[in-house]
Write a protein that binds this ligand. Structure first.
Ligand SMILES: [Zn+2]
Length: 309
């Protein structure tokens, strides 16, 4: 009996040791910089980008990227990025909706047990306050279909929801993290492709307005149909909405992936996610003015233009 207990203790200690190591710093290997040709963009003068912050999760830096301090509190922001363009208004992701309490209960139990969230005025409420009518939107475009990106969809009835075919299958047949969007039933889905050719090192793209101002590229990894959206606003400033490729900016900066426990909870394909993190790290090195916008880094969102500002 004593022997079995001793053996169990050893196994437990090895396990705890391995878990501790999985949070340690581990910089991803970066090859020499590929040549980057910055594509032209002609955003119309009236085009605008606004960040609409709508909800928070309270977590720690250590859960976002390897080497992050496990004791350092971090706000993981939720929300949507609004693009006003003369050819139509787009909303990337939706943040927490008014029914977030119920939505939270649809996520995996371990995530519920380890997460705390706070509400902020929803995207729908903030749009209403700004006199913007969502029913006129060209599309809500999902960086991916996880619950915290779609909760606010329930407050935007009828708006076309754009997903690519890989993400559509993930919505239909995916895991618990897409249970919420499945529960919404028949949304006004529009499935898009990437007909517009190579873009910034990605093999294919979709130039939504045909002027280079909003270009979607496939970024399969965090989920099968995750995308990155490259936005260029008047004046030439460029943004990359990278969804949950990393949770906090250090992921791309270092570059470092999420720690093991976070990857197991949320990333569909760890290896593809890792490759894309390195690719975005290299792109940022080649284009230092490119603003990398992780969907949940509230520090970055706080620097973006806001509705009413
Ligand atoms: Zn996600």
């Amino acid at each position: 009996m004593k022997r079995i207990l001793l053996l169990l203790l050893i196994v437990l200690l090895i396990g705890l040791g391995a878990l501790a190591v999985s949070f340690m710093p581990a910089k991803l290997a970066v090859d020499s910089l590929p040549k980057v040709l910055v594509p032209s963009a002609n955003p119309p003068a009236e085009m605008r980008l606004y960040a609409i912050e709508a909800g928070k999760m309270l977590s720690q830096a250590g859960f976002a990227y390897r080497g992050g301090n496990i004791a350092e509190p971090r706000v993981f922001g939720m929300g949507g990025i609004l693009i006003k363009h003369p050819q139509g208004t787009l909303l990337f992701d939706t943040g927490f909706g008014k029914d977030v309490d119920a939505h939270f209960k649809t996520i995996p139990a371990l995530m519920q047990a380890t997460s705390k969230y706070e509400k902020e005025p929803t995207v729908a409420v903030q749009l209403h306050a700004a006199g913007i009518e969502p029913s006129t939107f060209k599309a809500v475009i999902l960086t991916h279909s996880h619950w915290d990106h779609v909760s606010g969809l329930a407050d935007l009835p009828g708006v076309p929801v754009w997903v690519n075919d890989q993400e559509m299958s993930f919505i239909k047949y995916g895991d618990d993290a897409t249970a919420l969007i499945r529960s919404f039933g028949k949304l006004n889905y529009r499935v898009y492709n990437f007909p517009s050719g190579p873009y910034l090192g990605f093999k294919k793209s979709y130039d939504v307005f045909d002027d280079g101002s909003v270009v979607l590229v496939p970024a399969s990894g965090h989920t099968p149909g995750s995308i990155i959206a490259f936005i260029t606003v008047p004046g030439g400033k460029r943004y990359a909405l990278i969804g949950d490729l990393v949770w906090q900016n250090e992921g791309v900066e270092i570059p470092a992936e999420k720690p093991w426990i976070s990857r197991k909870l949320v990333d569909w394909d760890e290896s593809r996610t890792r490759d894309l993190i390195v690719q975005m790290h290299q792109l940022k090195a080649a284009m230092p003015d490119l603003v990398i916008v992780p969907a949940h880094d509230r520090r970055v969102w706080d620097t973006l233009p806001k509705l009413g500002s």
